[in-house]
Design a protein around this ligand. Structure first.
Ligand SMILES: Nc1nc2c(ncn2[C@@H]2O[C@H](COP(=O)(O)OP(=O)(O)OP(=O)(O)O)[C@@H](O)[C@H]2O)c(=O)[nH]1
Ligand SMILES: [Mg+2]
Length: 329
C-alpha cells in the first residue's frame, strides 16, 4: 500500500551536507534541502534546494554563530519545509553550523506541523572534551524540540582515545552508510509499509514520539530460514548511542515477498523481548516486495525513557555485514 507522504531531508553544516549528498541517489522519494556556510560545498550540490548561510563566512565552530546564520535564513527555510509531513535533519554535532543550526531548523519544522526527526553524529573522543560538551548541548536542545532524535556515536568506530588511522575513511563511510540506512528505512516504513491496523507512519510516530532516546538497527538475510539472524543483526547494530535495552516501544518492519507467519512473528518477538524485557510493546509492519530476490530485510526503531548507553566499542565489520544486503548476493 502506498501513502502519499511528503518527506524532506535537510543536511545542515559540513557533515550534514556531505552525508546527504552521499545518500540522495540511493533514497528515492524524499525532497532535499542543504544548508552550509561553505561556498565550495554549496557549489557541488546539483540536486534539491540549497542555501548558502551567512554569505559564506565561517562560524569559527561557534554554535551561537551557527544558530544566528540559520535564523537569518529562517524565512527561506520555512518556505522550503512548508507542506511536508516528515522532516529529517542530518548533521554532525560538536561544531558550529550543525549544532547551532539544527535546533533552529527543527523548530521551524515543528511549527509547520511536520513530524521532525534529527539524525546526528557525536564527535570522536580525540576531538576533545570541548567538542563533546558542545555536542551534548546540541543533543539537549534537539531532544526538547524534535519528535525523535537518533544519535550515531562516531567513537564507537574506534577503541579508546586515539588518532584516526589509515582505514578511517572506510570507517567513516560506515557512519554515512548507517545514516543512509536510517533515512532509507524511515522513508520505506512510512511510504510502503502497513500492518497491525496501522500505516507505517502511524507506527513510527507511535514508537518514536516522546521517546527520550531512540534506537535504530537493521539486518538482511538471503533466505527466510535465517529470519532470526536478520533480527539479531538489527538488534545488535552498533554505532547508535542508544541500545535496545529497556526499550518500551519497538517498531519492527520486515520487507520480503510475503508476510511473516504468526509463528515466525512470535519467535521474533521473543528474540526482541529477550533484550528489551517482557513488557515491550511491539508494532509490526510489513513491506511486500515481490522483487526482493530472496532477500529479507528487517529494520527496528525503538524508544524508551532510559535506553542504556552502550559502553563497549562494537565492531565495524558487524555493522557492514548487518546493513549491506549486497554482501549476501
Ligand atoms: N565523514 C565526514 N565527516 C565530515 C565531513 N565534513 C565534516 N565532517 C566532520 O563532521 C564533524 C562536524 O564538522 P562540520 O559538519 O564541518 O561542522 P559544521 O556543522 O559545518 O560546523 P562549522 O563548520 O563549525 O560551522 C567534524 O568532525 C568534521 O570533521 C564529511 O564530508 N564526511
Ligand atoms: Mg563545517
Amino acid at each position: 500500500m502506498e501513502h502519499d507522504i511528503k518527506i524532506k531531508i535537510v543536511g545542515v553544516g559540513g557533515f550534514g551536507l556531505n552525508a546527504v549528498a552521499d545518500m540522495h541517489e540511493a533514497v528515492i522519494g524524499p525532497d532535499y534541502l542543504l544548508l552550509s556556510n561553505k561556498p565550495d560545498d554549496i557549489a557541488k550540490i546539483h540536486f534539491g534546494e540549497k542555501i548558502l548561510l551567512g554569505n559564506g563566512v565561517t562560524t569559527n565552530h561557534s554554535q551561537e554563530l551557527g544558530k544566528k546564520r540559520v535564523e537569518s535564513s529562517a524565512e527561506e527555510i520555512k518556505k522550503s519545509l512548508t507542506g511536508y509531513d516528515i522532516v529529517i535533519i542530518v548533521s554532525g554535532l560538536g561544531y558550529g553550523t550543525g549544532t547551532g543550526g539544527s535546533p533552529v531548523v527543527a523548530s521551524i519544522a515543528r511549527e509547520l506541523g511536520a513530524f521532525t526527526i534529527a539524525v546526528c553524529t557525536t564527535p570522536f573522543l580525540y576531538e576533545g572534551s570541548n567538542r563533546d560538551t558542545i555536542a551534548k548541548a546540541g543533543i539537549f536542545k534537539l531532544k526538547a524540540i524534535c519528535d525523535a532524535l537518533l544519535v550515531v556515536a562516531k567513537q564507537k568506530l574506534v577503541k579508546g582515545i586515539r588518532k584516526p588511522e589509515e582505514d578511517m575513511t572506510e570507517k567513516l563511510k560506515s557512519v554515512s552508510d548507517l545514516i543512509r540506512y536510517v533515512v532509507t528505512c524511515i522513508n520505506d516504513t512510512v511510504t510502503l509499509s502497513s500492518g497491525d491496523g496501522l500505516t507505517g507512519l502511524d507506527g513510527l510516530k507511535a514508537v518514536l514520539r516522546n521517546g527520550n532516546d531512540a534506537f535504530f538497527g537493521c539486518g538482511a538475510v538471503m533466505n527466510e530460514d535465517a529470519l532470526i539472524e536478520a533480527v539479531r543483526h538489527a538488534t545488535n547494530t552498533p554505532l547508535m548511542t542508544a541500545t535496545l535495552n529497556n526499550a518500551s516501544r519497538v517498531l519492527l518492519t520486515v520487507s520480503y515477498s510475503r508476510e511473516l507467519t504468526k509463528n515466525e512473528l512470535n519467535n521474533v518477538y521473543d528474540e526482541i523481548r529477550n533484550i528489551t524485557g517482557n513488557n515491550t510493546e511491539i508494532i509490526y509492519t510489513n513491506i511486500l516486495n515481490e522483487e526482493c530476490f530472496g532477500i529479507m530485510f528487517v529494520s527496528i526503531f525503538a524508544s524508551g525513557e532510559d535506553l542504556k548507553e552502550e559502553k563497549v566499542a562494537s565492531s565495524f565489520d558487524k555493522l557492514r555485514d548487518a546493513i549491506n544486503p549486497n554482501n549476501l548476493i
